[in-house]
Design a protein around this ligand. Structure first.
Ligand SMILES: *Cc1c(COP(=O)(O)O)cnc(C)c1O
Length: 524
């Protein structure tokens, strides 16, 4: 018997589970409630006793602050507890399996962090004379060499700060090449598969291209016939993700590349899913003209929460001349940064004030060197194996979106298995939170109804995958029992906050704390 069956019986009756367990203190177990840090402040309280600064003549003139800044006054333990509690409310890859598909939430080796903190990398300034930062420039150059070797591409622009920024870089290079050929006025359409990440059509639209969607076929791949029909002299490029956002390899990718090239267009590849094929397939051999690589996905390095990403873009020989400034070169006097165009190069400009995300470069190269070329290949292989293990073990209780064979590094399910239960993908995801799992990516890609996209990555062990699978099997089986909807719709029941009004939070965000008006004053 499935170990998960009948566990629902042990859960209190629905009427009880719907009411949040109230406590006198407001805390729930060791999950502590606290007021906002501003509400905790007491005027005059101080954590550090510093002597008053000697009086000096102010040079601020009219810019001098007229009222106190309004920071909360707190003791040191209050500050420490506040930020420690905040950190504990955050679920991250260091707390448990983080199944978000498309995001590649994998373990970030601590070795990378140690390297990134070396003073020679961490404490330098981009405006330092290049003779004093030779090691840092060499590191950028070495990382570029790895990226070019792995992808088989002749050039790489290192400065883009994230995947979407890399898309912008690659598409501006394509736009520049089109302008140079005098086709700027005619090549105005960019083909984007319907399953694409939202940043692809956004990038094309930002540059003034018309976005033309290509439908997916029944196998979850680009509909080749529909694609061919859309080709014409006004097509600038196709923006294609491979493996695509359904977690599947685009089997016709060589044909797609040949067709777009024959039509005079360029092949932009969204390389965010490169972690499925790194070390196994070289994008150059697939006919790619430009591809961004999310260092913060494929090559570990932390991301999320708006932290620094890094999205170097590899470029074909045709696009390389348009690569943005600056770039690192090696000459007779060591490494140098090219800041102005020379020779055949026609850089389209700069993308960023300086040279890219140095901390991410160090982490990514540390990841590469510690794995070695064989290790990178192994990581891709294991990521694909783990996703297929999940797909295979959940196939009978959940519904694979495309059941035509194995997947790449992500397993995609639709909501067919929830049909007629009254339970939605959202309810299912909320129930996962009660079970201690961050939900997978939901409702993306849009081409799949009620999508659930699971990406385990290579860094999960078999035991951790089995525990995750066991929980999903339990929930999927429970969901089909009569009356389960009430229970699922009440989830999450065990979190500090239950269902939030996400629409209101997005539409009417409260971003600024204002001190409460004192009632005595208000009455006056
Ligand atoms: C993550 C991702 C992007 C965007 O990358 P950012 O670094 O978040 O800007 C683009 N396409 C796909 C398929 C992605 O998964």
């Amino acid at each position: 018997m499935d170990k998960s069956q009948g566990r629902l019986a042990a859960v209190p009756a629905a009427s009880e589970t719907l009411a949040p367990a109230a406590t006198h203190s407001g805390h729930r177990g060791l999950m502590l409630e606290e007021p906002l840090i501003f509400e905790q402040g007491v005027p005059g309280r101080i954590g550090v006793d510093v002597p008053a600064a000697p009086a000096a003549k102010s040079r601020l003139g009219s810019f001098k602050r007229k009222a106190p800044i309004g920071l909360p006054c707190l003791s040191e333990p209050q500050v420490v507890r506040h930020f420690t509690r905040l950190s504990q409310k955050n679920y991250g890859i260091d707390s448990g399996l983080f199944a978000l598909g498309s995001c590649t939430m994998k373990h970030n080796p601590r070795l990378n962090e140690k390297m990134a903190r070396l003073p020679g990398f961490a404490d330098i300034h981009p405006l330092q004379p290049v003779q004093t930062v030779q090691g840092a420039l060499e590191l950028i150059d070495e990382l570029a060499r790895w990226l070019k070797t792995l992808t088989g591409m002749p050039a790489v622009a290192m400065s883009p700060a994230a995947g979407a920024h890399g898309e912008l870089c690659g598409m501006v290079a394509i736009w520049s090449a089109i302008q140079a050929k005098g086709e700027g006025a005619t090549r105005t359409r960019v083909l984007v598969p319907e399953s694409a990440h939202g940043t692809n059509p956004a990038t094309a639209a930002l540059l003034g291209f018309t976005v033309d969607p290509i439908p997916a076929d029944a196998r979850g791949r680009v509909d080749l016939a529909a694609f061919e029909k859309k080709l014409g002299p006004d097509v600038a490029a196709i923006m294609l993700t491979n493996p695509n956002t359904c977690g599947l390899f685009e089997n016709d990718i060589r044909k797609i590349a040949d067709l777009i090239h024959a039509a005079g267009g360029y092949f932009y590849c969204d390389g965010a899913n490169y972690n499925a094929i790194a070390g196994r397939v070289r994008p150059a051999d697939l006919g790619v003209d430009a591809m961004h690589i999310n260092l913060h996905k494929t090559f570990s390095t932390p991301h999320g929460g708006g932290g620094p990403g890094s999205g170097p873009v590899v470029l074909s020989a045709l696009l390389a001349p348009y690569a943005p400034l600056p770039y690192v070169v090696h000459g007779a006097n060591g490494f140098a940064l090219v800041e102005t165009a020379t020779g055949a190069a026609k850089p389209f400009g700069r993308l960023k004030a300086f040279n890219g995300q140095m901390g991410m470069f160090v982490r990514a190269l540390a990841y590469m060197l510690s794995h070695g070329a064989d290790g990178i290949r192994q990581a891709s292989t294991d990521a694909v194996l783990n996703a297929n293990y999940i797909l295979a073990r959940l196939r009978d209780v959940m519904s694979p979106a495309f059941d035509g064979g194995p997947c790449m590094h992500e397993a995609l399910f639709d909501d067919t298995f929830l049909k007629d239960t009254g339970i939605s993908t959202l309810d299912f995801a909320k129930a996962m939170i009660d079970e201690g799992y961050h939900p997978m990516t939901m409702y993306f890609p849009l081409v799949v109804h009620g999508a659930m996209l699971v990406e385990p990555t290579e860094s999960e062990s078999k035991e951790s995958l089995d525990a995750f699978i066991d929980t999903l099997r339990y929930l999927a089986i429970e969901a089909r029992k009569p009356g389960a909807a009430v229970w699922f719709q009440a989830a999450p029941r065990l979190t500090p906050r239950r269902r939030l009004d996400e629409t209101r939070a997005a539409r009417a965000p409260v971003l600024r704390w204002k001190p409460p008006v004192k009632t005595a004053q208000a009455a006056e």
